[in-house]
Design a protein around this ligand. Structure first.
Ligand code: HDD
Length: 755
């Protein structure tokens, strides 16, 4: 009977392969069990959580892909078009009409086929996320390097190196609506769903390690202030407006996060080149029941890189889907985005040993005090098959953790734990966790029933607990279950914040001090841009005044730029402390890489083909992608080649793309080709703009004077003679009189090894 029942169980678990971890009780194999129970007290023993037969799924990297495959509809040419109720349709182009001979008559409401098509269309949209509406997602996996985290946590996902846990990540912006541009200045969401053997773990973080507010009750205020203003729904995808700056000017706890949001972090080059942070303080619990505080970190393999503000603004118009396409392009080309997963750990005994409260989400745990310990890696290796059912219907909850991971009293996290489940009910309905992208790959069995869009059909009579049932019905179990950490709580009920939560400027200053000069300059420009967009004098004056609490020079410069309040002395002394890991330059990979970088090759008829081919091959060896940009999209003829020859097919016309969409520019030699480029305004603009955005430019032979002229910088170093293969590099411009095609192999090797 037991075996028969076991054979039935997979049905409850949607036919997943299941590894049973069974404790037999006594002589339970007796066949009189069903009617009279096993000798002694079997039914009671079953109800005793310690004896529950617990099923654990054997999850692999592809488990979620397999799970989703149950819902995949393959394109099919063999089956005809049907209605939703499966009836074949002969014509989906013409509404049923009462035709008057050859002339159109009224369309008939009786046409159930047309009605169905229109009904379905009318209801295609669901509410967009109240924040983070614009986003994109991908599948991948997570694994740990070894079991080094086992001393802190019993979570298998964080300690068992034999596991490969499937993941889904959704990146997002915060302010804009679903159709807003990717490259706006904004925080980026970094939400991860780990489909673990013990259930789903959702880590819902950002690319900035701190938050605007300390207490979740302020969330509606900050979001109302940042979102488009209520009277005219302006602006879209921007914080550059009165309401945002009004709020943060009156809310000094936001000061630290505002510094990050005005830094280059808020205009990433790619989702693949951002750090991710869990932001809130969580806890880890080990097998001995001991607890530590933890923060989660994701560090990108490619380093942390940003756009320049001018680029970000232009790309928002030129290619509003820039980040979305970048992620797809990288995954499809095999340059799988990868992050090291690390943790910062603080022992319970040290909770109060810092000059900030470790439960305050407006503070980082400086890495100089609490180092990040790498424990695993995340890789994205699969794009979604369809955006809506996967990315749009993906729904995350900070409250979804697995045994071994817990919460802290971080007041922001506590509120988040309520809010996410709640919002999914509005967006997707109460059964949102049954949607393919959200459902766990391990068994889900309980007495929750019904609700709109219920997809599960539970067999049996019993939908409550306790019940008179036996095997096949879920019973509470302590075997591998989630157990709350036994935390002693003593308190006086009051609306208040603890003392250390009152200090707001130390870490804003630490962040500013830690930036390089160019990062500081970018930050000053960002403040100046944003506050210039505020036309309410009270707003920009209040904020420039607040800046003086962070840094006197910063406040002075911004105040001058935007006509704010010019301070005559610092509002508080700069403590002068720095932390290297706060500057994004800290994350430049030890071995520089051009993997997945986009390089534009600007050509015209008469270019040097052999040179282009060998440079391309060298770049490809470093896994960069090259794009031919020509005076027309189609064949461009090389020097010595007849019109009508094979040519090199340009991927884009000069007007079809802009330098902003590429990381570097290379112009080969070739006299006629160089002459054409020099006389084409758009081609010159390509060179000037690339230089203005500090992109690497390579030019050889006849292209060198063209580049020099376009940039208007005679100081650029060039080879001593046009025949020289000697490479000169200055101001990011690399030139040579001649390219020794044979050296392509050496160049490739240097590129591939990052030298
Ligand atoms: Fe939130 C979405 C990140 C504070 C309430 N949040 C959302 C998403 C991310 C974050 C990445 C998008 C998830 C997705 O891709 O579907 N939120 C954060 C971080 C926070 C934070 C890092 C601070 C540490 N959030 C926060 C607070 C509240 C919310 C304090 C409410 C009290 N967040 C929501 C939400 C959203 C959301 C309204 C909108 C869509 C969703 O949840 O699923 O519930």
């Amino acid at each position: 009977r037991l075996l028969n029942t076991m054979c039935d169980i997979p049905k409850y678990f949607n036919n997943h392969s299941i590894v049973f971890d069974i404790t037999f009780c006594g002589d339970w194999a007796g066949n009189s069990y069903a009617t009279s129970g096993c000798p002694g007290t079997c039914p009671e023993r079953l109800m005793d959580p310690t004896n529950f037969v617990h099923a654990i799924a054997n999850i692999t990297e592809t488990a979620k892909v397999k799970d989703l495959s149950r819902n995949i509809v393959e394109p099919s040419s063999s089956s005809g078009l049907t209605t939703d109720h499966g009836v074949a349709i002969p014509d989906t182009d013409n509404w049923l009409k009462a035709m008057d001979g050859e002339h159109a008559g009224p369309s008939l409401l009786e046409d159930q086929i047309a009605r169905e098509k229109i009904h379905r269309f009318d209801h295609e949209r669901i509410p967009e996320r109240v924040v983070h509406a614009r986003g994109t997602g991908a599948h991948g996996y997570f694994r740990v390097f070894d079991d080094r985290a086992a001393k802190w946590t019993k979570a298998g996902v964080l300690t068992d190196p034999s596991r490969t846990t499937p993941i889904f990540i959704r990146f997002s912006t915060v302010q804009g609506s679903r159709g807003s541009a990717d490259t706006v200045r904004d925080v980026r969401g970094f939400a991860i769903k780990f489909y673990t053997e013990e259930g789903n773990w959702d880590l819902v973080g950002n690319n900035i390690p701190v938050f605007f507010i300390q207490d979740a009750i302020k969330f509606p205020d900050i979001i109302h202030a940042v979102k488009p203003e209520p009277h005219n729904e302006v602006p879209q995808g921007q914080t550059a407006h009165n309401n945002f700056w009004d709020f943060v000017g009156l809310q000094p706890e936001s000061a630290h996060m505002v510094m990050w949001a005005m830094s280059d972090r808020a205009i990433p080059r790619s989702f693949r080149m951002m750090q991710g942070f869990g932001v809130n303080t969580y806890t880890l619990i080990n097998n001995a029941g001991q607890r530590v505080f933890v923060k989660f970190h994701m560090t990108p393999e490619l380093g942390v890189h940003s756009l320049m503000w001018d680029e970000a603004l232009k790309i928002a118009g030129q290619d509003p889907d820039f980040h979305r396409k970048d992620l797809e392009e990288a995954i499809k080309s095999g340059a799988y985005p990868k992050w090291t997963f690390g943790i910062q750990v603080i022992e319970e005994k040290d909770e109060h040993s810092f000059d900030f409260d470790i439960l305050d989400a407006t503070k980082v745990w400086p890495e100089s005090l609490v180092p990040v310990q790498p424990i695993g890696e995340l890789v994205l290796n699969r794009t979604v098959d369809e955006f809506f059912p996967e990315t749009e219907q993906a729904a995350f909850c900070t409250s979804h953790v697995v045994p071994g991971i817990g919460f802290s009293d971080d007041p922001l996290l506590q509120g988040r734990n309520f809010s996410y489940f709640d919002t999914q009910i509005t967006r997707l309905g109460i059964n949102w966790e049954q949607l393919p992208i959200n459902r766990p790959v391990c068994p889900v069995l309980n007495h929750h029933r019904d609700g709109a869009m219920q997809h599960r059909i539970h067999k049996g009579q019993l939908n409550y607990w306790p019940n008179r049932g036996s095997v096949g019905h879920p019973v509470p179990t302590s075997n591998g279950s989630y157990e709350e950490y036994k935390q002693r709580i003593v308190g006086i009920k009051q609306r208040a914040r603890s003392a250390k939560f009152q200090e707001h400027f130390n870490q804003a200053q630490l962040f500013y001090n830690s930036l390089t000069d160019h990062e500081k300059a970018h930050l000053i420009s960002a403040f100046s841009f944003e506050l210039s967009h505020c036309d309410d004098q009270q707003v920009y004056e209040t904020y420039t005044k607040l800046l003086n609490n962070i840094d006197y020079e910063l406040a002075k410069t911004v105040a001058q730029n935007v006509n704010g309040i010019l301070p005559d002395k610092p509002a508080r002394q700069n403590h002068g402390k720095k932390d290297a890991a706060l500057s994004q330059t800290h994350f430049i990979p030890k071995t520089p890489t051009i993997k997945s970088r986009r390089i534009a090759i600007l050509i015209a008829d008469g270019f040097n083909l052999a040179e282009v081919e060998s440079v391309r091959a060298a770049l490809a060896s470093g896994l960069a992608t090259t794009w031919i940009i020509g005076p027309r999209r189609g064949k461009i003829f090389a020097h010595g080649e007849k019109v009508g020859g094979a040519g090199l097919v340009a991927d884009h016309h000069y007007e079809g793309q802009r330098s902003t969409l590429f990381d570097a520019l290379y112009i080969p030699s070739g006299a006629e080709h160089a002459k054409s480029i020099a006389s084409n305004g758009r081609a010159i603009h390509w060179i000037r703009e690339a230089f203005g955005h500090c992109k690497a430019i390579g030019a050889i032979g006849d292209a060198v004077p063209v580049v020099r002229e376009a940039i208007g910088l005679p100081e650029i170093r060039v080879a001593s003679s046009p025949d020289s293969t000697e490479v000169q590099s200055s101001y990011g411009v690399v030139t040579a009189g001649k390219y020794d095609v044979k050296s392509a192999v050496t160049d490739a090797l240097e590129i591939a090894t990052g030298n």
